[in-house]
Design a protein around this ligand. Sequence first.
Ligand SMILES: C[S@@+](CC[C@H](N)C(=O)[O-])C[C@H]1O[C@@H](n2cnc3c(N)ncnc32)[C@H](O)[C@@H]1O
Length: 315
Amino acid sequence: MLARVSPEVLRLAALLEESLRALAEVPLAELVAGRALPEPSAALVEHLRAHRAGLAGWLRTPACAEALCVRLARWLWSRNQYVRLDRAALTAACARAAEALAEGLEGEADPKDMSERLVRTGQELQARVAALVRAGGGKTDVVCSEYAVTLQRDALGLGDAPLAAPVLDVGCGASAGFVRALRAEGVAATGLDREAPEDVALVGDWLSFPFGQDRWGTIVSHQAFSLHFVHQHLAQGPEAYAYARVYMAMLRALKPGGRLVYAPGLPFVEGMLPKATYRCTRVPLPEAMMSEAVHALERAAGFELAYAAHVERLA
Ligand SMILES: C[S@@+](CC[C@H](N)C(=O)[O-])C[C@H]1O[C@@H](n2cnc3c(N)ncnc32)[C@H](O)[C@@H]1O
């Protein structure tokens, strides 16, 4: 979408990115608690003043609110991968901030006034977003990483045997490395992620994705769906039921003989699978991956989860 917008808007987006980068070292908890944001940069103030009319028009468009929402959501997930975001409310908060800025551009020519307007708008947006983050249960940093392809293969216990196609990588990551590696081997593979690259994967939420029926030879998910399922299970909130429903939908989406392969394991649900329809095999994590942090996580959870589960659909 940004490819079709004016150079002024692109420059504004770059300056806003810089403002986000300036927050990298500030703990999320402090931002949510209302810690003051850094002063807007002189370059940002100057850019807004220099292109007032064109930028005010853009700021009022739904596309602007949507683009701000998408960027802000990705930034929030980069700070806490578990936070649940009310997208409609986040878009509305972004639209209000953009509108406040547009009003300022129509009225204020003085750099000091413009800077104060930016600070006020930033504070209001911060307060609204903080309320959404608190409601979404994610007010501290919980960082999300992507892993090397060989590590993913090893952790999932896949060995060198070819995977039955087509393959779906659920929570494939922003670069979808595993999907790309499979495609390079000639395997039909697709990723799914809320931050997916669109050339090899589908952008979407796994809680609402239509997985289909009898469709996939293999569904893999490394440190993604099952990690979030464990988190929701331990939080004992209603979201855990949504994860359980989607887990069963993924199993139904396998072709007969297909496999759902994921790590960490989900012992609290695997034990309840009908044995006539599904066979679950555990593959322990390689010794080198069994860090003290993994043991601590298991102790905190009260169950074993440091293994890959291979759930085969028998019929
Ligand atoms: C820890 S990363 C793992 C990425 C990749 N599987 C790997 O091992 O490198 C978890 C991924 O799950 C994605 N994710 C989290 N919640 C999601 C959701 N509700 N729908 C789709 N993707 C989600 C995140 O965007 C992130 O890319």
